[in-house]
Design a protein around this ligand. Sequence first.
Ligand code: PRX
Length: 651
Amino acid sequence: MSSFENLSYEERTFAPLPEFTAQANAQASIYDEAATDRLAFWAKQAEALHWGKKWDQVLDWQPPFAKWFVGGKLNASFNALDRHVEEGRGDRVAIYFEGEPGDSRAITYSQLLSEVKRAANALIELGIKDGDRVAIYLPMIPEAAVAMLACARIGAIHSVVFGGFSADSLITRIQDADASLVITADGGFRKGAAFGLKSIVDEALASEPNNVSKVLVVKRTGQPVAWKNDRDIWWNEALERQSPEHTAEFFDSEHPLFILYTSGTTGKPKGIFHTTGGYLTQAAFTHRMVFDIKPESDVYWCTADIGWITGHSYVVYGPLINGATQVMYEGTPDTPTKGRIFELIEKYKVSILYTAPTLIRTWMKWGEEFPKGSDLSSLRLLGSVGEPINPEAWIWYRDVIGGGRCPIVDTWWQTETGAIMISPLPGITATKPGSAMRALPGISAKVVNDEAEILGNGSGGYLVLTEPWPSMLRGIWGSEERYRETYWSRFDGKYFAGDGAKLDEDGAIWLLGRVDDVMLVSGHNISTTEVESALVSHPNVAEAAVVGAKDETTGQAIVAFVILRGGVPSIGGDELIKELKGHVAKHIGAIARPKQILVVNELPKTRSGKIMRRLLRDVAENRAVGDSTTLADPNVMKLIQSGLATSKSDD
Ligand code: PRX
């Protein structure tokens, strides 16, 4: 835990601006209100949703299994769409879509609802029923939201797979969830070119076993695709022939809404599953409070892809339930220019921007001329998510993007928590650059030491959650044991988030990154084991150890140490490294491509054979190597370091 000690903090505190406080959704009193009666507080937030039948009990807690709003019935899609149309908000724009090539569409709540109803009818025609799993593998286009809401509408469980994942990653998820339908597109646009998705689905489905009988294909790029007549169906044709009428059925509050896979400390991704009532309650509440959303006047933009939890909670469910107008952008921030995001902020007069530190640091690297080239005066609030934000990036975000007038909300949460857990409330909480500040009302976050003792201010340790919360994961799909083991066994009876945290003298929470074998690369969770498995699946690799090394832009970068297999023909040095990087990208997806791969003769192992990643991290971060006395062979580190001095990173 030595890394907890040598952090430098930015000392300044930014008090809320009185003009902001005067109009804020949040009132300082809600912390007390929640502390006085937590369950009554959450029940009040749940009442903001439309329920077909009200719950009988707010919480049923049989640790570590929670049920929220027990006995209640509701429909997620009804809450996100029908409700607005029925209450006269149908003409409000729900989504301003901007494709990377420059095509754009403004979709109102009424239009989105008709599309979702047709899609729901199409799913029914394909035999999809409540409880069935549907895999969604789409680019960032409105159809992704339509597909999710259509599943939710009929009680089918969606499992969105990020469009950057490989065929291997896709089929693993399809198999684990036992999905019977895949919704995909011919392709999407990225970095100025069309990429294929349907071809990857075809490759994935060639692997057995799988129970996918139909593939719905959105036409996005118009590129040629291979076609299986008995399996593949064009989305637009399937929807066109449907009735635009569909009455939403109300499902149990605990009906599963979705599965979303996240990397664990072992190679196998975990299917985190969320249910309906509690998840929607907290997604909508946090979206309203943390982003201070004023649906009549704000234009909100969360830059996350729908393939991640941020896209689920803060592109689809939270904003739509709150009736917000939002921007959805398909492409990359540097296409066609590095000013693209800023041009879109100006074009749509975006008032609330929610993005990740990795993008903020990239903007810093590109230079101020890009944000300065657009009018950003419409912005009134800025959010950050996905990894710790360093104070320099926070200050830059505030000054250069926010013009010094926008509160910044650094929001800590996880796929597992479903919604924001730790964040300042804008207009209420004074902020410190780099700190997520404090747990939201109704949330109980603590920092504990190795012995599970709760620590006071001025101490560092592990972040835990000590009370159940509405949007908590209900489990790992298909593995109750892994759920207990992963989250509830390290500190008995407390949810262990896997993050280090420190409480400063004022009790503000500073997140310190993962303490397990999960790396955070551009805010994406990638497990060291998963990359190691991909590397050793290459015929030339005998053994591999992977670490996340500090990186100025991406937070962490993947550095791999590999031992080559003797007696196997191999291509030479640089070529092999390139090949291995490509091999990992092919196996997992481009986000997992190592930045650096070093060929070594030995790996540092303890006498019991455990790889000491801590020492490799020292090497990868150019630090003096820490205590290596427990190594079976203490000379190994010297050999690795001397080898490192002669190798180079090609990025
Ligand atoms: O390490 C924390 C980091 O991201 C992890 C969760 O990743 P994921 O499930 O992919 O969800 C990301 C989007 C919610 C956490 O365990 N993390 C997320 N937000 C922050 C953060 N670390 C520090 N500060 C944050 N604001």
